[in-house]
Design a protein. Structure first.
Length: 416
């Protein structure tokens, strides 16, 4: 990379100033809580400046992924890390984490194959999806995996039939307050049902192992784990009253990427979790699993995109429409509802004042609008051919990218 000559730039050589941030600008870290610093993207930016890859292109710094893993292990040493593969299943990411000793949370037989190919052992893998085909459960069991999630009687019976003797944990419903990407409708069951199902598990020849929950992806309130851990303890006690001793709590994911200011450090989350576990379980703390995904890989990536068109819809509307060569179908699906608001800035500096914009993708689909109401602003001299950089895009971009919608190729990713 050091031997590659830099291409001439069309604008000033000064570093580009960060654009106004519509995301989280009113979010304040609680008193006494440290705010996470912005991620260091210098290696990725150097690569983009020197290589000028064709757009759209995601560049991921694996050193950031490793640093995130080590930071999490340092602040939550008692918790076993099961990386949520769905966030970014790239072989390079999986191999780096496997070499560090990480375990893996998988959602399908395909992800299981990827993790095994990366060098993980079967005992380091959980089948954490509560919606599984019987054939996939059997495949996982034959591969040596014995840790399965469920949240219904029907799923429990499938596991009993296809993976006899396996350890199972039941996911409980959590409201997801404080999360920008809630996960509180599709997965989980009420705590009283979970306790009953775990008691049933032993009658089906399975090992009732524990309870899981997810407080929501990009959870900005560390206190949300307290109520969830309290609910898990209730299930432990209810199961114990029927003679079933549970041994594990799966705290799920929720640890945030740094999309904007006001994000607490991972140490703040760890302190809140440690306190909640002590309050609920005292000295009899169970084994603990965490499933970071977005936290682990989100900040490692920067996505470079080209401006395809800049236009206006009327003389009265002051906003310009800026169409990019990537949109919701190209990997930015989490812009739906403007829930996840990425930091965006020009690749090259401009002396022009900023002006409001609507950001949209290139496809012939009217739903392919990224940000309309979020208040993004970009330089007034922005024109087709200019490049923008979208930060902290290492998670849920390549995996959300459509295969060939409108003939656009899937999002290309480079790992350095």
């Amino acid at each position: 990379m050091n031997n590659v000559a830099k291409l001439p730039r069309s604008r000033s050589q000064r570093p580009a100033a960060m654009h106004r941030l519509p995301y989280n600008t009113n979010l304040k870290v609680a008193p006494g809580h440290a705010e996470a610093p912005a991620p260091d993207h210098s290696r990725v930016l150097a690569y983009l400046d020197e290589q000028k890859p064709a757009t759209p292109c995601l560049v991921v710094d694996l050193d950031i992924v490793e640093a995130k893993y080590r930071d999490l292990r340092a602040v939550l040493p008692a918790a076993e890390v099961f990386y949520a593969v769905k966030a970014n299943p790239a072989p390079e990411v999986l191999a780096r984490l496997a070499a560090l000793g990480s375990s893996f949370d998988t959602a399908s037989a395909g992800e299981i194959r990827q993790v095994l190919a990366a060098g993980a052992a079967s005992h380091q893998i959980s089948f954490g999806n509560t919606i599984k085909k019987t054939a996939d459960i059997a495949f996982a069991h034959e591969a040596g995996i014995d840790l399965f999630a469920f949240d219904s009687e029907a799923e429990l019976k499938k596991i009993a039939a296809a993976a006899p003797g396996a350890r199972v944990f039941c996911r409980i419903l959590i409201d997801g307050k404080g999360a920008l990407w809630p996960l509180n409708r599709k997965f989980g069951c009420a705590p009283d049902m979970a306790a009953d199902l775990l008691v049933q598990a032993s009658k089906h020849g399975l090992v009732p192992y524990g309870v899981s929950f997810h407080v929501g992806s990009q959870q900005l309130d560390p206190a949300q784990w307290a109520a969830a851990i309290g609910a898990a303890k209730w299930v432990f006690d209810r199961a114990a009253s029927s003679g079933v001793a549970l041994k594990m709590v799966d705290l799920g994911g929720g640890f945030p990427a740094h999309y904007g200011p006001g994000t607490p450090t991972v140490a703040v989350y760890a302190a809140a979790i440690d306190g909640a576990l002590k309050d609920a379980f005292g000295k009899d703390q169970p084994a603990v699993i965490i499933e970071p995904g977005r936290y682990m890989v989100g900040d490692a990536g920067v996505l470079e995109t080209e401006v395809v068109l800049v236009s206006k819809k009327s003389y009265e509307d002051p906003r310009r429409w800026v169409y990019l060569d990537i949109g919701r179908f190209g990997g930015l699906a989490e812009a739906e509802g403007e829930a996840i608001r990425y930091r965006i800035r020009p690749a090259e500096a401009s002396d022009a004042p900023e002006a409001p914009v609507v950001l949209a993708g290139p496809t012939c689909d009217s739903a392919d609008i990224l940000y309309d109401k979020a208040g993004y602003a970009l330089p007034a001299d922005l024109e087709p051919g200019d490049r923008l950089r979208i930060f902290s895009t290492g998670a849920y971009t390549t995996t959300y990218s459509a295969v060939n919608f409108n003939g656009f190729a899937p999002l290309r990713a480079i790992y350095i």
